[in-house]
Design a protein around this ligand. Structure first.
Ligand code: NDP
Ligand code: GUA
Length: 482
């Protein structure tokens, strides 16, 4: 198997119709840990986006007609190349995004798992036969690829978020125009390079880096694009929904969250503390499924805080290329948002137990923080913080905590810890969200459906449900089958 070096993998051109090409203007990519310029990529606009859409459209007929087994083999080869290049991809990811190398390696494995999963699912796209109830006639239901897909992805999981859109799209027979986040285009380009190496035909995957407004407007307005799959902020998600209305596109929206994390009196406290560490501090708190509000019942409130604070105090912060637990936040705007949430809470009576603001390293580093005595009306419980700040809220009863947990416009993930089977059944049903962690802080997997309700969006990624977002149902009425 060909092995590319890190330099060969780090592409700095965009990828359209199987060719690597530039644009007049360039976009700088910085390392958030050091501020250093690491690369420049093309600053494409609507013109290049249109060229990419037309290439994807032209490639669509051939790709949709490619036997599923052949699509599966190409995806499998791509998966193997991603796994074989884990180290190079992880280095690129950490440099452009900041997360610790160990987490970057885990993300490459996680992204690759979606490619493997959908390589398998490509051959399991089944239809139905339905008796019509009328003599001599039968309905045959088939599933067809939706067509050209626009995949718009965020910076927090630059490899995995793209992989979990590209893999089901390709498995279903769709072609794709991907637009990665401005801060993290290199991981997307590296994935495209490996897909090229795997033998994915020209035009099936296109990656356009650059101006989000101009590219986004083209992706939404162009009638050749039949579907948009977006992961990112609710604000941009709503904009894309509005912009796509005129061409009536299929949409998958994986938007912001505000996950409650509940610890009941009967919980295994050590397990709950470990779960809170995973859920809150993975990726420095920059995930949409992060615990954003930690509710602890009065009977274990002090003991939970004591154990939790000890674990948070031990977290090491620094450049993700070194052996640390927490890297930098993505940019100064993210640091300012975390600082604002802490300041607002403290001004209204919350206590800082550890951390509390910018880290001594300066730059984009934020100190892992625990706040006690947080209340429902504070900014930090209403909005997604997207940083390493853990607000802890005391509660008395199950009904009170459920009411507070569900009092949110968002409904992506929720977590709770309890040893009581009856409570487990009740609370799992009552939480208003798309995913629930029960005595665990880690819920993400390629085998399970990922997605939300309310303003956290719609559509599901991963699992056997995930391919449906890229398929249209077509009903064939046979008048004379018998
Ligand atoms: N659900 C999730 O996983 C994520 C949630 N968020 C939430 O959003 C907040 C802000 O993060 P941010 O990076 O600004 O998220 P955005 O929603 O702005 O970015 C996500 C993607 O959308 C693109 N985008 C931005 N504007 C447009 C547009 N007009 N048309 C088409 N695409 C567009 C971005 O491109 P570009 O980078 O070029 O601007 C990026 O590729 C975070 O603090 C967090 O709360 C953020 C990231 C992921
Ligand atoms: O933040 C996101 O958008 C995705 C979180 C990563 C995951 O757990 O899948």
């Amino acid at each position: 198997m060909t092995h590319l070096t890190r330099q060969e993998l780090q592409q700095t051109h965009c990828f359209i119709n199987g060719a690597w090409m530039g644009a007049g203007q360039q976009l700088p990519v910085h390392n958030p840990a050091t501020g250093q310029l690491i690369a420049r990529v093309p600053r494409c606009d609507g013109t290049q986006a249109r060229t990419a859409i037309e290439a994807a459209h032209a490639a669509g007929t051939g790709w949709a007609a490619t036997p599923a087994g052949q699509r599966a083999r190409l995806l499998r080869r791509w998966f193997e190349l991603i796994v074989a290049h884990t180290e190079e991809l992880a280095q690129i990811l950490t440099e452009e995004m900041g997360k610790p190398l160990a987490e970057a390696r885990a993300e490459i494995g996680y992204g690759a798992a979606y490619v493997e999963w959908f390589a398998e699912e490509a051959r399991r796209i089944h239809g139905d036969v339905i008796e019509s109830g009328r003599p001599g006639s039968t309905f045959v239901v088939v599933k067809r690829p939706v067509g050209v897909v626009a995949a718009i992805t965020p910076w927090n999981f630059p490899c995995a978020m793209l992989a979990r859109k590209l893999a089901p799209a390709l498995a279903a027979g769709c072609t794709v125009v991907a637009k990665p986040a401005e801060q993290t285009p290199l991981s997307a380009l590296a994935l495209a390079r490996l897909a090229e190496l795997a033998g994915v035909p020209a035009g099936v995957i296109n990656v356009v880096t650059g101006d989000p407004v101009a590219i986004g407007a083209q992706l939404c307005a162009n009638p050749l694009v039949r579907k948009i799959s977006f992961t990112g902020s609710t604000h941009v998600g709503k904009l894309l929904i509005r912009q796509s209305a005129d061409t009536v596109k299929r949409l998958s929206m994986e938007l912001g969250g505000n996950a409650p994390f509940i610890v009941f009196d009967d919980a295994d406290l050590d397990l709950a503390v470990t779960g809170a560490m995973h859920s809150k501090f993975r990726n420095a708190g920059q995930t949409c499924v992060c615990a954003n509000r930690i509710y602890v019942q009065a009977g274990v409130y002090d003991r939970f805080l004591e154990k939790f604070v000890a674990r948070v105090r031990a977290l090491t912060v620094g450049n993700g290329l070194e052996a640390v637990d927490i890297g930098p936040l993505i940019d100064a705007r993210a640091v300012a948002k975390a600082a604002l949430h802490v300041r607002d809470a403290v001004d209204q009576g919350a206590r800082v137990l550890v951390g509390g603001g910018a880290h001594a390293l300066g730059g984009n580093f934020f100190a892992p923080t625990v706040l006690a005595d947080v209340r429902a009306d504070m900014l930090i419980t209403r909005e997604e913080t997207f940083g390493p700040v853990a607000p802890v809220i005391r509660f008395e009863s199950e009904s009170e905590v459920l009411a507070q947990s569900n009092d949110s416009d968002f409904g992506l993930a929720g977590y709770f810890y309890s040893a009581d089977p009856a409570r487990v059944a009740r609370v799992a049903q009552a939480l208003e969200c798309g995913m629930v962690g029960i005595n665990t802080g880690l819920i993400s997997s390629e085998v399970a459906p990922f997605g939300g309700i309310k303003q956290s969006g719609y559509g599901r990624e991963g699992s056997h449900y995930g391919i449906d977002d890229y398929l249209s149902i077509k009903s064939l009425c046979h008048g004379d089958l018998n």
